[in-house]
Design a protein around this ligand. Structure first.
Ligand SMILES: [Zn+2]
Length: 180
């Protein structure tokens, strides 16, 4: 990750200077992307969506950390937005994180989680011998999200549709999951 080709990171932080802090010296920005080249596209998509939400809202936003952990993207941010804009930003972040989980961090082609102690998302070409982590058939790219709306527990099942870069709600009974 050090040295060499970091042009896209500089370009991203400059292009979306309004989303990064401090301004002016991209590698020193808190949200400087510490991820492989294969995730460039998904970060560009995320920044574009986030900017649209923040600009429409007039609130504040800055990325505080963008990194890889356990094979997928972590995008942390800080800001003050209306609940509606906050939800749009969270959705943009969720989409980027879901896309990272099925996108090779080296080349950007479709990938899957590989490894054991050290997890990484790679395509077959860049697997470097790491075994794919087993996923129960039918649960590929499915996210199970637990939230509280007031004191009511809400569980949402959705599948990341990589082709269309969106989430599609799924019926838990179709996944063979007992709904509580
Ligand atoms: Zn690859």
């Amino acid at each position: 990750m050090s040295g060499g080709v970091q042009d896209w990171r500089v370009e991203l932080v400059r292009t979306y200077a309004d989303l990064f802090h401090p301004f002016g010296d991209p590698p020193r920005a808190e949200g400087w992307p510490c991820v492989g080249d294969g995730w460039r596209d998904l970060l560009e998509r995320a920044c574009k969506r986030i900017r649209a939400a923040v600009e429409a809202d007039g609130g504040t936003f800055h990325a505080t950390q963008i990194k890889e952990k356990y094979g997928s993207l972590r995008f942390y941010w800080h800001g003050s937005l209306s609940p509606e804009a906050d939800a749009k930003v969270e959705e943009a972040v969720d989409l980027a994180e879901a896309r990272s989980a099925c996108t090779c961090e080296v080349c950007g082609e479709e990938g899957r989680l590989r490894g054991d102690a050290w997890l990484t998302t790679r395509c077959a070409l860049h697997a470097e011998g790491r075994p794919a982590v087993a996923v129960r058939p039918g649960l590929e790219n499915v996210q199970i999200e637990e939230r509280y709306v007031g004191d009511r527990r809400v569980i949402r099942y959705r599948r990341y549709d990589r082709e269309h870069d969106r989430f599609v709600d799924v019926d838990p009974t179709s996944l063979g999951i007992e709904e509580e």
